[in-house]
Structure formats: structure tokens, C-alpha cells
Design a protein around this ligand. Structure first.
Ligand code: PEP
Ligand code: MN
Length: 364
């Protein structure tokens, strides 16, 4: 007998569920219509005063058994879901996402393609120290057929007493060498007011890990006409990294190269922890090219080559590493830059691996 009653109640519940479903969808459709009117009238979509009035009038009619606070919570969830329906598409799918643009973004830097399946190498000293120092590295790169020269002129140093870089004088050195050897140059800019001027010197503007959430800098980079190399913040999640890139793209600059450079963890054996799985995740989630900085992630010369091999094997679009003619006397990061013979060996090993990957297994 009681089994029968139970079945009956359950049947009633099923019917009520369907009625509720119909009602909340009917409500949602109405909210969408209101959303369209709001857009036409230039009104804000979220109206907290109206929401409060609706909640009050619902709670006033509440006879239980639910508590008022429970009813408020349930209806607030319905309001929130309906508001999300009103939101623009870019809120639902980021402009940097693959959902928005399924095909890979390929960035051309002075004729060199980044993101077309063939890995590129961004090499050069940590800091620009002198014309001769950069030229030394540029010549070695040229011999290896490389095109993308890096070097820091505005150095965001942990201590204010450490070498801060040569500033625009450093950018001028990079530009002179790029012109002489037909290279493209990449350097970090830390001040939004410098972006426009820096475009006269640089082929790619770097935004460093310490500035990944410097939103004014990101917005200024979004208005630049040059590609941006955006490094992952040292404690940034992949989602935060993608949203930082979104700041740039939403201002109109679609030429963004992401750079995984390690994140801070409790591990002390390396300078940072190279989050190698970020590479395939970002390849899946975004349409942007991603390179791996093996110098700042490992902070160890002996790990540069294995980390770079891992980057290529996992599908990175390129590798960044620091090279100095005499690392022992470098003004920054002296413990982890390669000297020229080491760089030569590094490149030979990677080119060899690259050929093997190409002929034996598909990279992705
Ligand atoms: C750099 O590439 O020069 C640099 C300072 O790296 P990061 O911002 O990743 O620390
Ligand atoms: Mn460095």
C-alpha cells in the first residue's frame, strides 16, 4: 500500500520537475527579451535594485517549508543563470580561445613564422650590456641560422640595487645589431608609456612575468602594432594567463605569443617549476603560439637542454634561452646563461631532435 503511495508521489514529483523546467526556461526566454531591450536603450544588464525587489516580493509570499534564506539562494541562482544568458558572447568564450577561433594563429616576425608547426628559437643575453656583448651572441645565432634575438634593456629586478638595464640605449643597441645582421629583436617593456616609442626599435614587445597582471601595460600592448610576447606570471594559473592575453587581444592586437617560464612552487631544486603540461593545455584552449623559456623556468644550465627537448616533444612552438659571451661576468642571471660553445651544442642537439620528431612521430 505505502509502496503505491510512494510511486504516486514520485510521479507527481516528476510532473512538478517538468513544470519547473518549463517555467524556468520560460522565465529565461523573457529575460533574454528584456536583455535585448536593455541593449537598445544602452542600459546595464545587471540591476541589483530590481533583483532585491524581486527577492523581497518572493520571500514575502513564502509560507515554507523552505526558509526565506533558502528561497533567496535558489532564486538568486536562477537570476544569475539568466543574467549569464544575457551576456555577450565574448564573456562566454574568450577571444583567445579555440572555441572562438579554431585555427592556429601564426605570427610573422620579419618573415619568420611562429606557430606554424616549425619550432623557433628566441636566444640572446639576459641583459643588454654593450654593443660588443650583443654582437658576439648575434654572430653565433646567425651562424646557426637563427633569427630571433632577445635582450633585456628594462630589467625588472627583485632588488633596486641590482643592474636595472640600459633602457632606450639598450634598445638602440638591439636595433643597430638587428639592422646589421638582419635579425628580429625582442625586448621587455615595463612602462605603458614606453610602448609606442619602443615600437620604433623592436619587432616583438615582451611583457615579463612580474607584469603579467599589470593591466595598464596589457591594455597599452593591446593597442600596439607589434606582436607581444606575454610571459606567464610566476604565480599565475593558466586561466589567469589566458585572461591576461585576453586584455591584449580585446584592445585589438591579435598577435600574441604566450611564454611558459615556470611557476613558483615549494620546490627548491630549480629556480621555478617548469609547468610543461601548460603547453598542450594552452594549445588546446587557445589558438595562440606558445614557447617555453628554459632559462628562467629551470635556472640551471644543466637543465636547459633536457627542458628544451621536453618543450619540443610536447608541442611547443619555440624555445627561449639566454646566451652570454662570458656568463661568469654577466650583470644578471650569470648562473644560468649559456656561453657560445654550449649554445652551439644546444642548437645542434635540438635541430637533431627536431628532425627526428618530424620524420618519426607527429608532434601533435
Ligand atoms: C626575461 O625574459 O628577461 C625575464 C626577466 O623573464 P621573466 O619575466 O620570465 O622572469
Ligand atoms: Mn634573465
Amino acid at each position: 500500500m505505502s509502496g503505491n503511495k510512494m510511486d504516486q508521489h514520485r510521479e507527481e514529483l516528476d510532473t512538478l520537475n517538468l513544470e519547473l523546467l518549463e517555467l524556468i526556461n520560460k522565465r529565461a526566454a523573457l529575460v533574454q527579451e528584456i536583455g535585448k531591450i536593455k541593449v537598445k536603450q544602452g542600459m546595464k544588464k545587471f540591476d541589483p535594485i530590481r533583483e532585491r525587489e524581486m527577492l523581497n516580493s518572493i520571500v514575502r509570499k513564502n509560507d515554507g517549508p523552505f526558509e526565506d534564506s533558502t528561497i533567496e539562494h535558489i532564486f538568486k541562482e536562477i537570476f544569475k543563470a539568466s543574467l549569464e544568458l544575457q551576456e555577450d558572447d565574448h564573456r562566454k568564450a574568450l577571444l583567445v580561445s579555440r572555441k572562438r577561433k579554431p585555427e592556429d594563429t601564426v605570427i610573422s616576425v620579419k618573415g619568420t613564422a611562429i606557430g606554424n608547426g616549425s619550432p623557433q628559437y628566441v636566444m640572446g643575453p639576459c641583459s643588454v650590456e654593450s654593443y660588443e656583448q650583443v654582437e658576439h651572441v648575434a654572430k653565433a645565432m646567425k651562424q646557426k641560422g637563427l633569427k630571433l634575438l632577445r635582450g633585456g634593456a628594462f630589467k625588472p629586478r627583485t632588488s633596486p640595487y641590482d643592474f636595472q638595464g640600459l633602457g632606450f640605449e639598450g634598445l638602440q643597441i638591439l636595433k643597430d645589431i638587428a639592422d646589421k645582421y638582419d635579425l628580429a629583436v625582442i625586448s621587455e617593456i615595463v612602462n605603458p608609456a614606453h610602448i609606442e616609442e619602443a615600437e620604433q626599435y623592436l619587432d616583438v614587445i615582451q611583457i615579463g612575468a612580474r607584469n603579467m597582471q599589470n593591466f595598464e601595460l596589457l591594455k597599452a600592448a593591446g593597442k600596439a602594432t607589434k606582436p607581444i610576447l606575454l610571459k606567464r606570471g610566476m604565480s599565475a594559473t593558466i586561466e589567469e594567463f589566458m585572461k591576461a592575453a585576453e586584455y591584449i587581444i580585446s584592445q585589438g592586437n591579435e598577435q600574441i605569443i604566450l611564454c611558459e617560464r615556470g611557476i613558483r612552487t615549494y620546490e627548491k631544486a630549480t629556480r621555478n617549476t617548469l609547468d610543461i603540461s601548460a603547453v598542450p593545455i594552452l594549445k588546446q584552449e587557445t589558438h595562440l603560439p606558445i614557447i617555453v623559456d628554459v632559462t628562467h623556468s629551470t635556472g640551471r644550465r644543466d637543465l636547459l637542454l633536457p627542458a628544451a627537448k621536453a618543450a619540443l616533444a610536447i608541442g611547443a612552438d619555440g624555445v627561449m634561452a639566454e646566451v652570454h659571451p662570458d656568463p661568469a661576468v654577466a650583470l644578471s642571471d650569470s648562473a644560468q646563461q649559456m656561453d657560445i660553445p654550449m649554445f652551439d651544442h644546444f642548437m645542434e642537439e635540438l635541430k637533431d631532435l627536431q628532425n627526428r620528431i618530424r620524420t618519426e612521430v607527429p608532434v601533435r
